[in-house]
Design a protein around this ligand. Structure first.
Ligand code: UT7
Length: 326
């Protein structure tokens, strides 16, 4: 049976580090509050690079590690909620900069679940036989849509990009099973508006037109804990394997307490949940790709290891992938 396997990973973070102490000079907050309530100690904030710049750098690194040439890539998907333009897509900009002249390219929006939605989408093209090689990137410059006067949101997020190259394989391993979910009835838990309707017939009356992230933090927190545990249980049951067989779980990195509660509810030791949110905060669609690249680069994943990737975010959306490393 043909499967989609990961043959390269990459990440890119802007150089500029903003610490919790730096933030306490901007809003009424403290290192103590942020680190105890979230586990976040610092984040990277772009001082000029756009989402497609970060995505290109992460994609280039994943491509180099895959050993493929740019022209071998058949598909580029960029998952983002902070694109450079409504049109063109970041994926088309990346295609041009990489010289991936044979690739179809589009952006995908599933907020913090974007990397999972992107990888599962690419997997379908690969398994159907339409494409052999796909580059999937999660990239964000969330700093441009944060309300820097709202301490309940601006302390949580950061900028960055993570990427994987996926390829068709007839061997063992790769994506064993996956799950995608959405619950639009909870759309208002996490929002970032686009431009208002304004034309010769409509005066929106809105003067402040820069989109900003708004969040019902505690509702998102509860949704996150529940969907992490539900997604893991769904994958284990579909693949007919036990939780003891899972080497690592890479959850979307939003809040250390979310991951700790999920670990407690599902009774999988916290040591098996990879965490780097102390360094980068919540990078939305980028977080899972960044974490996977760190585990792979640190030689922590061996052939045959089973890993779960699980995401949750605006929409509300959630999703997960069970991988066997090959
Ligand atoms: O990718 C998905 C995106 N989002 C998430 O995953 C976020 C999920 N939610 C969370 O992580 C948590 O709900 C937060 C970290 C956002 C908030 O933590 P919390 O423990 O739910 O705090 P809270 O909203 O109940 O606020 C407690 C207090 C409030 O003060 P009062 O009313 O008790 O006096 C807030 O005003 O903490 C205050 N507060 C802060 N204080 C200092 C809120 N933000 C801050 C802050 N610094 N940055």
């Amino acid at each position: 049976m043909s499967r989609a396997v990961i043959i390269g990973t990459g990440k890119y973070l802007p150089d500029n580090i903003m610490t919790n102490d730096d933030l306490s000079n901007i809003v009424d907050t403290s290192d103590e509050w942020i680190s105890t309530r979230t586990g976040i100690r610092q984040r990277r904030i772009s001082t000029g690079m756009s989402t497609s710049d970060l995505a290109y750098e992460a994609g280039l690194r994943a491509l180099n590690k895959s050993g493929l040439r740019p022209e071998d890539i058949d598909l580029i998907i960029c998952a983002t909620i902070t694109p450079d333009y409504f049109m063109p897509s970041c994926a088309c900009i990346i295609q041009d900069r990489l010289g991936a002249v044979n690739a179809a390219a589009f952006d995908l929006t599933a907020a913090c679940t974007g990397m999972i939605y992107g990888m599962v989408t690419a997997e379908q093209f690969i398994k159907s036989g339409m494409y052999r090689n796909a580059l999937v990137i999660g990239a964000e410059t969330l700093s441009k849509v944060l309300d820097w006067e709202d301490r309940s949101t601006c302390v949580l997020f950061g900028d960055g990009a993570g990427a994987v190259v996926m390829a068709k394989s007839e061997g063992d391993g790769g994506i064993l099973t996956s799950n995608l979910e959405a619950d639009g009835s909870k759309y208002d838990y996490l929002t970032c508006e686009a431009v208002p309707l304004e034309n010769p017939y409509v005066d929106s009356g809105i003067t402040h037109k820069v989109p900003r992230i708004r969040m019902l933090g505690q509702e998102v927190f509860k949704y996150a804990v529940r969907t992490i545990t539900d997604n893991i249980n769904t994958l284990l049951s579909r693949a007919q394997i036990s939780k003891e067989e899972i080497k690592f779980i890479i959850s979307h990195q939003a809040n250390q307490r979310i991951i700790e509660q999920a670990s407690k509810f599902i009774k999988i030791p916290i040591e098996r949940f990879y965490m780097n949110l102390d360094l980068y905060g919540n990078t939305s669609a980028a977080s899972i790709g960044i974490a996977l690249d760190e585990l792979v680069s640190g030689n922590e994943i061996k052939k045959g290891d089973k890993i779960i990737l699980v995401g949750f975010g605006g929409g509300m959306t959630s999703g997960s992938i069970l991988l066997e490393w090959s």
